[in-house]
Design a protein around this ligand. Structure first.
Ligand code: G4P
Length: 294
């Protein structure tokens, strides 16, 4: 589902997460392991306001494993525990409860010292649309809970889902918006399927994907589309792929929109292998800029 985020929606979504913050001990922030930077809410630090957090790099099955390790190290450097998971297949989920316990150990020790009765850790899952929040909740709950949908503003009674004896999850995840003011972020969200019906031009998205692949994963492009060499000229790339994949219009010309669709489908469907579009180097330079402007 695609949501059009307007300032009113953003404010409401933010308010809903903020209201529920006081109900939980920890925030489980889901990001897409292929775009750990672009799939984060730009105001997440401000919104969760020092609440303990666990970051999950979901869809790790579709991300470049080396880059995933770099991202885990990046978060660790910032004092944040991050885990690579695959909610769809339920991989990496046992570490979630363990990590929450480690992160909250001091708080729970203090509660115990004050003579408070031991209780389960309370958590809320937050993340942008399509990052896998419902899939994860269903997996953790080990049953199929009706999908709540992404519509900001849907209210219903608060319910807790038990995950074993030690964790309780709010049944409705917090839905946050991505950083769409940045064009590159828009392309990455489109290429990973986070936004499907997009206002961005199909050919522009495919060009972004091709350029990224030719810089970072040229051999995958060569293998998939039988290139001898990868031309710098993107039109040549489109012509070659379009002909190979039969995306033609009458007269034998290449249909660029169809070719763009093929390229985007191949990237989203991991036909070009697991790809990570965001690098920790990008994140480091943004962090430095932020520090300088403070
Ligand atoms: P949301 O609640 O955050 O909006 O996301 P949701 O769980 O609906 O997940 C969005 C899509 O991502 C789903 O695919 C889901 O199966 C897929 N997904 C979730 N976690 C993982 C993961 O770890 N690995 C992979 N490969 N896929 C994952 P869908 O319903 O088929 O939708 P779509 O494929 O049409 O996007």
């Amino acid at each position: 589902m695609t949501i059009q985020w307007f300032p009113g929606h953003m404010a409401k979504a933010r308010r809903q997460v903020t209201e529920k913050l006081k109900l939980v001990d920890i925030i489980i922030e889901l990001v897409d392991a292929r775009i750990p930077l672009s799939s984060r809410n730009p105001m997440i630090d401000e919104i969760i306001n020092h609440k303990p957090r666990l970051v999950l790099l979901n869809k790790a099955d579709m991300a470049d494993p080396n880059m995933t390790q770099q991202w885990i190290a990046y978060f660790k450097d910032k004092g944040i525990v991050a885990l690579a998971v695959n909610a769809q297949e339920g991989k990496g989920l046992t570490e979630i409860v363990q990590s929450c316990k480690v992160i909250l150990k001091e708080k729970f020790d203090r509660m115990k010292a004050k003579g408070m009765r031991p209780r389960a850790i309370r958590a809320m899952i937050v993340g942008i649309p399509n990052v896998g929040k419902s899939t994860l909740i269903n997996r953790l709950a080990k049953k199929n809970i009706a999908k709540t949908g992404n519509t900001p503003g849907v209210t219903k009674a608060q319910q807790w889902i038990k995950v074993g004896k030690e964790l309780e999850l709010l049944d409705t995840p917090g839905i946050l918006w991505p950083k769409f003011e940045d064009e590159a972020v828009g392309y990455k969200l489109a290429l990973t399927g986070a936004i499907k019906d997009t206002i961005l031009n199909l050919q522009d998205i495919a060009v972004y994907g091709l350029r990224f692949l030719s810089t970072h994963y040229p051999n995958r492009l060569k293998d998939r589309y039988a290139f001898d060499t990868i031309s710098e000229d993107v039109v040549e790339l489109f012509d070659h792929i379009g002909k190979k994949r039969g995306c033609l219009v009458s007269g034998g010309h290449v249909d660029y929109d169809k070719t763009a669709e093929v390229i985007i489908r191949d990237i989203r469907g991991v036909q070009l292998g697991p790809i990570t579009f965001d690098s920790v180097v990008d994140a480091d330079s943004i962090d430095e800029e932020n520090q300088e402007s403070e």
